[in-house]
Design a protein around this ligand. Structure first.
Ligand SMILES: CC(=O)CC(=O)O
Length: 247
């Protein structure tokens, strides 16, 4: 393998790359997002400086089903995030994500710093209920349920699209060969070319079970604020560095 060939490889293993170069387009990506009030100390402990909590101590727990994702295929994902602010700008900070497909785990961590680990999430319509579950090491650690298409947001799809396009932030941590820190950054990105096929609100319940290696319950549910079901297309562009902890 020549130096040129090595530098053109999109990912490791260079001989059989895990993921291709972008763009990464997601079609008919379906979400169940349950926003809830959590414990302010737990929220602060999970949120890296200089991000600040938004008013209301809000976190959300979400399930995503991605049937058609360029470069990554067909997979499902689940995890929690915090409603935050970066220099006064509203943003979502991703705390932890669990998914069942190696390329988006690897690409997510290596490119954007998504906090991804292996888990088995499922999002299904079970009779009258939109139902999300997450299993980690064969134990069920999360279950979310939402009424199915009770309140359509058909007349607010532009607002839904603007919300999806807001700033998202990850904490990217990559070790050096000597075990030290090579990369420690807050990475920002905004989804692009968004089409909202449908969005609904409804009632929901969320049950999170303590597990030491899958800490979804460490942002406890105090009160459910809202639940959203949506089906969207978008492109995930490359990110940019908002804050470099090593600078
Ligand atoms: C590749 C990614 O990180 C995107 C996703 O799985 O949400």
């Amino acid at each position: 393998m020549t130096r040129d060939e090595i530098l053109k490889a999109p990912s490791m293993p260079a001989f059989s790359p895990s993921y291709p170069h972008g763009p990464y387009r997601f079609l008919r990506r379906e979400y169940l997002i349950i926003t809830y009030e959590t414990d302010p100390d737990a929220l602060r402990a999970a949120l890296p400086e200089p991000l600040e909590p938004a008013p209301g101590n809000l976190a959300y727990y979400e399930w995503m089903k991605m049937p058609d994702s360029s470069g990554f295929g067909d997979y499902e994902e689940s995890g929690s995030a915090i409603v935050a602010q970066y220099k006064g700008e509203p943003c979502n900070y991703s705390v932890q994500m669990y998914l069942d497909d190696e390329p988006p785990i690897t690409a997510g961590r290596e490119i954007w710093g998504f906090p991804k680990k292996w888990g088995v999430p499922r999002l299904k319509v079970m009779k009258d209920t939109l139902t999300g579950t997450l299993h980690y090491d064969e134990e069920r650690v999360a279950m979310g349920t939402m009424t199915y298409k009770h309140r359509s947001l058909e007349d607010q799809l532009d607002t839904v699209r603007d919300g999806i396009g807001q700033l998202n932030v990850n904490l990217k941590l990559i070790p050096d060969v000597d075990g030290g820190v090579k990369v420690a950054q807050l990475v920002g990105y905004r989804l692009q070319d968004i089409t909202v096929h449908g969005a609904w609100e409804g009632d929901a319940r969320l049950h999170l079970i303590p597990h030491v290696n899958c800490r979804v319950a460490d942002l406890p549910v105090r009160r459910i604020v809202r639940a959203r079901h949506q089906v969207v297309d978008f492109t995930l562009p490359y990110g940019h560095v908002l804050h470099d902890y090593l600078a």
